[in-house]
Design a protein around this ligand. Structure first.
Ligand SMILES: Nc1ncnc2c1ncn2[C@@H]1O[C@H](COP(=O)(O)OP(=O)(O)OP(=O)(O)O)[C@@H](O)[C@H]1O
Ligand SMILES: [Mg+2]
Length: 1010
C-alpha cells in the first residue's frame, strides 16, 4: 500500500491497486511514468512488478537494505527488497516455507532479481557473525558464478540468458540464518552446444576458456586462442559481446570453484571437457571409399588430441566416432556409420558430454551447499525460502523442442500464479467471513492441458510417436497431432487450417500461448524427445582414465548385450519435473516478482509501449489488479491498523483501552468511512484507495507532532537517565569516601587506643597516610592531638610555671637544636639582679629601676643579669643588662646602676648571635651598627643565654608576630662602630671570670672552661 504515499504524486502510484481507473491505458501510463522517473519497481498488492532498467541503479546499497529491513511492505516505496524481506519475515514469523517466483520473458531481469534477493537475504542475516554461516552465504552467492558460466549464453534476447531453469531452496536455521541450500535444474538447452542462431553464442564457458586460460594451459589442451577456429562456437557470427568480459569471468569461475571446494583436478577436467567439445566440433569425416560412404575421421592428429583430453585410447575413440555396435537377437553387430550419421553421432556426443557435465556441476554445488554438511548445528525447525528463476517465455524465428518445453513451463507457472493469487484472495475472504465477488480472468488451463494431458496432449502424442517401431519421422508426429488436436482452438497447423500461409506444410504447428502465438518447427522433435546416446559413447567415457569422466558415465559399465529398458523421453522427464516443481511451490507461501522487458534493444531509456502492453496483458497484471480491487484495495489486521492510525482521533491516541477491533471502529466512525469498509474476523477491509489515502493524509498531519512528542520524550528520558546515572555516581563516590573515611578513622582509633597510657602520649605513633580528601582534616586532627598532648604534659606543671615553659618553648623553637646546653632543666627566674644570690646590692638596683620605670614607662623586668661587655675600643667592662617590656638597658653596677645609655627599644634590635658552646656570649645586633656584645657572667656560672634568647624570642612572637633572627655559630660576628668584627671564643683558666680582649684585628672572648 505504498507508492504514492512515500514518493509523491509525480511518480504516479506505487501500487497499481490505487489507480483511479482500472484500465490497460491507465496501467500503462502509470508504468511508463514510473519507469521514466527511474522507479523500476511497483506493486500490485504484494506482487512486485519490475521493469528492467538496463542500467546500474544505486538502489541496492546498505542504506537501502537498512531502509527495508524488518519493515512492512507498505511502509516504504516499492522495492524488491521489501518483497525479499516479506518472504524472509513470513518464513521467520510463521516458521513456514516461502518461495519467490520470478517470471517474465527472456531478458526481463529474472536472474538479476534472484541475485538481488539473495544478496539482500545474506545482508540481513547472521547478525551474530557466525563463521560457518558467512561461509554458507559466500558459497551460495558464488555458486551463481559457476552456474552462469556453464548454463548461460548470449542470445538475441539477452546477453546473459539463462539456458536452464533454476529453482533454489535456501535453508535457514531456527534463528533465521542461512545454513545451506539445494538447487534443482531444469532442462539445459543443450542443442546450443552444437548450434547457435545468427547473433547468438554458445555457453559462456567456451569463450571463457579460450580467452582466459593461460598460454601453456591452452597449448596443453591443444587449443588456439581464437574462437573463430572452432565450428561449435562460431556459427552465431561475432564471438565477442561488449557487455561480457570472458577473461575476467574465467578467473571468477576458477575462484568460485575454489570457494566451493571443487578439487583442483576436477576443475581441470571440467575445462578439459569444454576443450574436448570444441575439438569434437572440428572433427570432420570423409568417405572411406566411393561405394559405401562409410565415414572416416579426416584428421588423425585431431583425433589423438581429443583422445588425450578425455583420456581414452585413439582406437576406442575412433571406433566410437565412426561405428555403431548393436546387439540384435543375441548377436553383436558392428556397423560402420555413413558420413552423415557420423556427423549426427558426433553432435549427439558433444551435447551429451556437456549436458552430463552440467548436471554433475549442479550436483557438486549441491554437495557444497548441503545444509547437513555446512557445519552449522541443526536444531529446532528448519525452513526454506525457494527462489525460482526459470527461463522466460520465448519466441524465436525458429522455435524447436526446447522453446516448446520452456513455454510449456511458463504456462504452468502462470497457472500456478492464477490459482494461488485467486485462491489466496478467495480463501482470505472466506476466512474473514466477507462476501466474495467473482472476477473474470483468462485461465490458461486449456493450454496447459493441450500440452500435458495424458493420451491426448502434445507430449503424449510425441511419446507415442517415439515409441512406435520402425522409422518414425517428425512429419508423422505432426500428422498425428493434426488428427488428434484438430478441434482444439489453441492449436493450428497447415493441415487443420490450409489457408494459413504463414505455416509451412509438413513442418510447422502453432500454439496460442497465454503470452502470444508461437510457431514451432517440428523438425528434431522426435530426436530431441528420444534423447538417446549410443551405448558406444557411454562405454567409451566409462573407460576413460580420468576419474571424474568415468564417474559421470556409470551406465557405460553395462555390456552391450545387457538389454536395458527404454529410457524415459526428455518430454516426459521435463513434464514430471515441472509438475513436481509446481507442487513444491504450491506448498509454500508464494511471493511474486513479475519482470517486464521495456524494449528489445537493451536500452536504458526506451519504453516500447507496444512490447510492454503485450507483456502486461499476457502476464495478466491487469486482472491481478482487478482481482485485488474487486474486493478491497486494502486490508490490515486490526492490531496493525490501530497501531498505524491511532493518532488520527483523540479517543484512540495514545492508547486505546478497549479491543483493537473497537479501536478500529472508533477511527473509521470518526473519519466517516463506515460505508467504505467491511469488518472481517481479524482484519479490516477497505474498498477504495481514496479512503486509505485520506487515512494516510490524516496520519501525515499528525506525524510531525508525534515526532516532536517522541523526540521530547526521548530527550527527557535520556536526560533523566543521565541524571540518574550522575546521582548514582555521586552516591557511590560519597559512599566510597565515607567508607575510606571510616576505615581510616578505624585505623586511627585502633592506633591511638592506648595513647593515654603511653609515656609520650602517642607522639611516637606514625600516622597512617590519610586518603587525599582527608589530608586537611587529618592535619587538624594532628593539631588537636598535639594540643591534647601538650595539655597532658602541662597538666603536671603548676600554673605559675607556665610563662617559664612558654619561654623555654620559644628558645627551643629558634635554637632548632643548634646549642646543646641552653638551661632547659634549670628554673628560669628572669630578674636575677633582684635576687640576693646574684646581687649583693639589690636595694640600689631596685631603687634605680623604680626611677627608670617612672621615667621610661615600662611595667615589667623580663630579665636582668651581670655581664661583661666590650666596646668599639676593645675595652671590656662589668655591666648589668636589663630587659624590660619596653627595651633593653645597659647599667653600670659600680655606679649604682646608672644607665650607660638611654633605653634601647626593641625596634632597634634586628637579631642576635650566640655560639653553640657553653660560653655565655650574646651579641645583640642593633640597627645603629654598634651591637651589644656581652658575655653573661654570674656567680653561679649558670647557663643563661638560653633564657635571654627565650625572652627575646617570646617577645618577638607576641609583639612582632615573627621569629627572632638568631644566629648560632662558632665564628660569631658583631658590628662595633659600624665595623664588622669577628669574635673568637677561647678558653682560659677556670678560676677567673670571662673577659674580652683585642685579638689582632678581631675580638676574643676568653671563657673560663671548667
Ligand atoms: N535490476 C537491474 N539493474 C540493472 N540491470 C538489470 C537489472 N535487471 C536486469 N538488468 C539487465 O538486464 C540483463 C538481463 O537480465 P537477466 O539476465 O536477469 O534476464 P532474465 O530474465 O534472467 O532472462 P533469461 O530468461 O534470458 O535468463 C542483465 O544482464 C542486466 O544487464
Ligand atoms: Mg536468466
Amino acid at each position: 500500500m505504498a507508492g504514492s504515499v512515500h514518493e509523491g504524486p509525480e511518480f504516479g502510484v506505487g501500487d497499481f491497486v490505487l489507480l483511479h481507473d482500472i484500465s490497460l491505458d491507465a496501467f500503462m501510463e502509470n508504468l511508463q511514468l514510473r519507469y521514466e522517473k527511474n522507479k523500476i519497481y511497483s506493486y500490485i498488492g504484494e506482487v512486485v512488478v519490475s521493469v528492467n532498467p538496463y542500467k546500474t541503479m544505486d538502489i541496492y546499497n546498505q542504506s537501502y537494505v537498512d531502509q527495508y529491513k524488518g519493515r512492512e511492505i507498505y511502509e516504504r516505496p516499492p522495492h524488491i527488497f521489501a518483497l525479499a524481506d516479506s518472504a524472509y519475515k513470513t518464513m521467520k514469523r510463521k516458521a513456514k516455507d516461502t518461495c519467490i517466483v520470478i517470471s517474465g520473458e527472456s531478458g526481463s531481469g529474472k536472474t538479476e532479481a534472484s541475485k538481488i534477493i539473495m544478496r539482500y537475504i545474506t545482508a540481513v542475516t547472521n547478525i551474530g557473525g557466525r563463521q560457518e554461516v558467512e561461509r554458507v552465504k559466500d558459497v551460495l552467492i558464488k555458486s551463481n558464478v559457476i552456474l552462469e558460466a556453464f548454463g548461460n549464453a548470449k542470445t538475441n534476447r539477452n546477453d546473459n540468458s539463462s539456458r536452464f531453469g533454476k529453482y533454489m531452496d535456501i535453508n535457514f536455521d531456527f534463528k533465521g540464518d542461512p545454513i545451506g541450500g539445494h538447487i534443482n535444474n531444469y532442462l539445459l538447452e543443450k542443442s546450443r552446444v552444437v548450434y547457435q542462431q545468427k547473433g547468438e553464442r554458445n555457453f559462456h564457458a567456451f569463450y571463457q576458456l579460450i580467452t582466459g586460460a593461460t598460454d601453456p594451459k591452452l597449448a596443453e589442451m591443444k587449443l588456439v586462442r581464437n574462437p573463430d577456429k572452432y565450428h561449435y562456437i562460431r556459427q552465431g557470427g561475432d564471438s565477442k559481446c561488449p557487455t561480457i568480459n570472458d577473461q575476467n569471468d574465467y578467473r571468477s569461475v576458477m575462484h568460485a570453484m575454489k570457494t566451493l571446494g571443487f578439487a583442483f583436478k576436477h576443475a581441470e577436467t571440467l575445462w578439459k571437457i569444454v576443450a574436448a567439445v570444441l575439438i569434437l566440433g572440428n572433427i570432420e569425416y570423409e568417405a572411406q571409399d566411393d561405394v559405401h560412404d562409410l565415414a572416416e575421421v579426416k584428421d588423425k592428429q585431431m583425433l589423438a588430441n581429443l583422445a588425450g583430453l578425455i583420456e581414452v585410447t585413439n582406437d576406442d575413440l575412433n571406433k566410437a566416432l565412426t561405428h555403431r555396435v548393436i546387439a540384435a537377437g543375441g548377436n553383436v553387430v558392428d556397423k560402420g556409420l555413413t558420413v552423415s550419421d557420423a556427423y549426427y553421432a558426433r553432435d549427439a556426443f558433444a551435447k551429451a558430454i556437456y549436458d552430463r557435465m552440467f548436471t554433475w556441476i549442479v550436483k557438486r554445488i549441491n554437495e557444497a551447499i548441503d545444509p547437513k554438511s555446512s557445519g552449522v548445528e541443526f536444531v529446532g525447525k528448519n525452513t526454506v525460502i525457494g527462489v525460482l528463476d526459470i527461463y522466460g517465455f520465448e519466441i524465436f524465428d525458429n522455435n524447436s523442442f526446447e522453446q516448446f518445453c520452456i513455454n510449456y513451463c511458463n504456462e504452468k507457472l502462470q497457472q500456478l500464479f492464477i490459482e494461488l493469487v485467486l485462491k489466496q484472495e478467495q480463501e482470505e475472504y472466506m476466512r474473514e467471513g466477507i462476501e466474495w465477488q467473482h472476477v473474470d480472468y483468462f485461465n490458461n488451463k486449456v493450454i496447459v492441458d493441450l500440452v500435458e494431458v495424458p493420451h491426448k496432449g502434445i507430449l503424449a502424442i510425441l511419446d507415442e510417436a517415439c515409441l512406435s517401431v520402425g522409422k518414425v519421422t517428425d512429419e508423422m508426429f505432426l500428422t498425428a497431432m493434426s488428427q488428434k488436436l484438430g478441434s482444439n482452438d489453441r492449436y493450428t497447423c497447415r493441415q487443420t487450417n490450409p489457408s494459413d500461409k504463414t505455416l509451412e506444410h509438413k513442418r510447422d504447428f502453432r500454439i496460442k500461448h497465454y503470452a502470444g502465438d508461437v510457431t514451432y518447427s517440428v523438425i528434431g522433435f522426435i530426436d530431441k524427445n528420444r534423447d538417446t546416446l549410443f551405448q558406444d559413447f557411454k562405454r567409451l567415457l566409462y573407460n576413460s582414465e580420468d576419474e571424474l569422466i568415468k564417474m559421470m558415465w556409470p551406465e557405460g559399465k553395462l555390456s552391450i548385450t545387457e538389454t536395458t529398458r527404454r529410457p524415459a523421453t526428455a518430454g516426459f522427464n521435463f513434464k514430471n519435473s515441472i509438475i513436481a516443481l509446481v507442487d513444491r511451490l504450491a506448498t509454500k507461501e508464494p511471493h511474486y516478482v513479475r519482470c517486464i522487458k521495456p524494449n528489445e534493444i537493451k536500452s536504458p531509456s526506451k519504453f516500447d509501449e507496444t512490447r510492454c502492453r503485450h507483456q502486461v496483458m499476457y502476464l495478466g497484471l491487469l486482472e491481478n489488479v482487478r482481482v485485488r480491487r474487486a474486493g478491497f484495495a486494502f486490508r490490515a489486521q486490526y492490531e496493525r491498523f490501530l497501531l498505524r492510525y491511532k493518532m488520527v482521533t483523540k479517543y484512540t491516541w495514545p492508547n486505546y483501552k478497549g479491543s483493537a477491533f473497537d479501536g478500529v471502529k472508533v477511527i473509521i466512525k470518526h473519519m466517516g468511512f463506515e460505508k467504505d469498509v467491511k469488518y472481517g474476523k481479524s482484519k479490516i477491509f477497505i474498498r477504495s484507495p481514496q479512503t486509505l489515502f485520506a487515512l494516510e493524509e490524516a496520519r501525515d498531519r499528525f506525524m510531525p507532532n508525534i515526532i516532536l512528542f517522541i523526540q521530547k520524550m526521548w530527550r527527557g528520558g535520556n536526560a533523566r537517565r543521565r541524571a540518574r546515572k550522575m546521582r548514582a555516581i555521586y552516591l557511590i563516590m560519597a559512599r566510597f569516601r565515607r567508607y575510606k573515611l571510616r576505615s581510616y578513622i578505624k585505623q586511627i582509633v585502633e592506633k591511638f587506643k592506648t595513647v593515654r597510657t603511653m609515656r609520650d602520649y602517642g607522639k611516637s605513633i606514625k600516622w597512617p597516610t590519610p586518603p587525599k580528601v582527608l589530608s586537611g582534616w587529618v592535619t587538624e586532627l594532628q593539631k588537636a592531638h598535639n594540643r591534647w598532648r601538650a595539655h597532658m604534659i602541662l597538666r603536671k606543671v603548676p600554673k605559675p610555671d607556665w610563662p617559664m615553659l612558654q619561654l623555654k618553648c620559644a628558645t627551643h623553637t629558634v635554637l632548632r637544636g643548634q646549642r646543646s646546653d641552653w638551661g632547659m632543666r634549670r628554673r628560669w627566674d628572669g630578674n636575677y639582679l633582684e635576687m640576693a644570690k646574684d646581687n649583693p646590692s639589690t636595694l640600689d638596683f631596685v631603687s634605680k629601676i623604680g626611677s627608670l620605670k617612672s621615667h621610661d614607662g615600662f611595667t615589667r623586668i623580663l630579665f636582668s643579669s651581670f655581664c661583661k661587655k666590650v666596646n668599639k675600643h676593645n675595652q671590656c667592662a662589668d655591666r648589668a643588662i636589663v630587659v624590660t617590656d619596653k627595651g633593653i638597658y645597659k647599667l653600670d653596677p659600680k655606679k649604682k646602676y646608672k644607665p650607660m645609655r638611654a633605653i634601647i627599644p626593641f625596634q632597634q634590635v634586628h637579631g642576635m648571635t650566640i655560639s653553640p658552646d657553653a660560653d655565655q656570649l650574646a651579641v645583640i645586633h642593633l640597627t645603629d651598627g654598634n651591637d651589644l656584645v656581652l658575655c653573661l657572667h654570674t656567680p653561679s656560672k649558670e647557663e643563661r643565654v638560653g633564657e635571654l634568647v627565650g625572652i627575646l624570642a617570646r617577645y618577638w612572637q607576641k609583639v612582632f608576630h615573627r621569629d627572632l633572627e638568631l644566629t648560632v655559630t662558632k665564628q660569631p660576628k658583631c658590628s662595633l662602630g659600624r665595623k664588622s668584627r669577628q669574635i673568637a671564643v677561647k678558653s682560659t683558666a677556670a678560676n677567673g671570670g670571662p673577659t674580652f680582649k683585642k685579638d689582632g684585628a678581631q675580638l676574643a672572648l676568653f671563657w673560663p672552661s671548667t
